[in-house]
Design a protein around this ligand. Structure first.
Ligand code: ADP
Length: 456
């Protein structure tokens, strides 16, 4: 498929601009004629000049409606073709109109001849190299025909008087030099502009191609990553049931039969239970992580932040050993809704709160606060726990990374919690950052989008 390049988009905008400019130019010509004829008393022919201005206004009106109609044409390629044709016609007609104006106002003696350069540059920038040269040839042909017809008497010559090269219109040397300078100026203008725009167009084409192949490669990688996550999702899901069953059975055995067992046997059973608990946590962590990675979209809905933080806090407080903390949730009910996936956000807060309680000594104070910041909700989860060493902070979101102090304090983690939290926040388009000091505590700050009608 051929996509529209920025330079082609520029053509569409330039055509509109040229039409607008032509209204001004026609008015400018009219004012100039009135001034030259009325004030400077130049020997002009006002009637044909005025008729030419009317002609310019008329064809500009046609181009104006054509451009509005062609904006609706589909597909884009057909629309672009129409605009190219209109642009060609506009340049050709402008050149014809300018030649007619010159003819009735001094011919080759009129310095406004130089105005041909503007369209030569425009054509060089916006048209292909071949079309630009064809347009340049048309301009040179028109001026040569006018000059030679006037010099040979085929067409009458209107003089502007002594101040404007009087009597030079049939001087062969003057005509020869002027036509040569005119032709080389027009061709050089086209040459220079087409050279520059050809390089720019090639670069644009290359970068568009590169963008496309990067997009495809990225899509393929994402697809592979999704396939890998789906595989881990299945395995971790299938592992959870037998591990949960083993865990329940071991717990039951320990509860009901450990009294009658020798000390060593009881110790083995306890150790096995802890191992199974660890494996179960790993399977759950991998399951949650791959679930969010494999999902293509989130179920975005308006979420009352306070409600999900309270639900997450309840979940965290019910976990073994997490009940001894002092938790404050300071989220005003008047805050706007967050645009989010309820399950995923709740999971993120469970992990943040569990970490805050886990990497702390008994009596830790944990607080969750929220406020709006423009179109975002800023939420902080702060604790007075062990903190994170400065050099470990950049790595804490890595998969399976565990901090040195955290490993000592809680040997059974897997380093998946913050990876998951980061993933969830990223998928919501938000951010997460942490400030921490060893021995004083940590503060995680999240930003989440506020729900608006366009959030779905
Ligand atoms: P895990 O808790 O299993 O180690 P996480 O991904 O949740 O894995 O956390 C990664 C590391 O970040 C932890 O090992 C710990 O070093 C550090 N960390 C996270 N939250 C806190 C916290 N609230 N206080 C201190 N350290 C933390």
């Amino acid at each position: 498929m051929v996509s529209i390049l920025p330079v082609e988009q520029t053509l569409i905008e330039r055509v509109r601009w040229l039409i607008r400019l032509r209204w001004v130019a026609a008015a400018g010509v009219a004012v100039t004629v009135v001034f030259a004829y009325g004030v400077l008393r130049l020997p002009l022919e006002p009637l044909p000049l005025s008729l030419t201005v009317v002609g310019i206004l008329l064809y500009n009106l046609i181009f104006h409606f054509h451009q509005r109609r062609s904006a609706l044409i589909e597909p884009a390629q057909a629309r672009l073709r129409g605009i190219y044709q209109s642009f060609h016609a506009q340049i050709a007609l402008d050149w014809i109109a300018l030649t007619v104006l010159l003819h009735y106002a001094g011919g080759i003696e009129n310095p406004f001849l130089m105005y041909f350069i503007f369209h030569a540059i425009l054509a060089g920038i916006l048209l292909s190299r071949r079309s630009s040269y064809a347009q340049a040839a048309l301009a040179i042909l028109l001026i040569s025909l006018m000059t030679l017809s006037e010099a040979t008497g085929i067409l009458p010559h209107s003089t502007l008087g002594r101040s404007f090269g009087f009597g030079l219109h049939d001087d062969p040397l003057y005509i020869g030099v002027l036509l040569f300078v005119f032709a080389t100026t027009i061709f050089l203008a086209v040459y220079l502009t087409t050279e520059i725009t050809t390089v720019l167009r090639t670069r644009e084409r290359e970068s568009a191609r590169l963008d496309e192949s990067l997009r495809e490669a990225n899509e393929a990688l994402l697809e592979k990553d999704r396939a890998r996550s789906e595989y881990i999702l299945r395995v971790s899901h299938d592992l959870q049931s037998p591990l949960a069953a083993t865990h329940s059975m071991l717990s039951l055995v320990i509860e009901t039969m450990s009294e009658s067992m020798p000390e060593k046997g009881r110790e083995f059973l306890q150790r096995s239970l802890r191992r199974v608990e660890g494996l179960l946590r790993l399977a759950r962590g991998l399951f949650d992580l791959s679930r969010i990675r494999a999902s293509r979209t989130l179920a975005i809905e308006p979420i009352p932040l306070k409600q999900i933080v309270e639900a997450a806090a309840q979940d965290m407080l019910m976990r073994p050993g997490k009940g001894g903390c002092e938790l404050t949730i300071d989220i005003p009910s008047s805050l706007p809704f967050v645009a989010g996936d309820k399950d995923h956000l709740e999971m993120a807060f469970i992990h943040l709160l569990t970490n805050a309680a886990q990497y702390s000594l008994p009596g830790v104070r944990i607080s969750v606060r929220a406020h709006t910041a423009g179109e975002w909700m800023e939420v902080t989860v702060q604790d007075t726990g062990i903190g994170i060493p400065y050099d470990e902070i950049p790595r804490i979101y890595e998969e399976f990374y565990r901090g040195s102090m955290a490993k000592e304090m809680e040997p059974s983690g897997w380093g998946l919690g913050l990876t998951l939290v980061r993933h969830i926040i990223d998928r919501h388009g938000g951010t997460i950052r942490v400030e921490s000091e060893v021995g004083k505590g940590s503060r995680f700050t999240l930003t989440l989008p506020i729900y608006t009608t366009s959030s779905q």
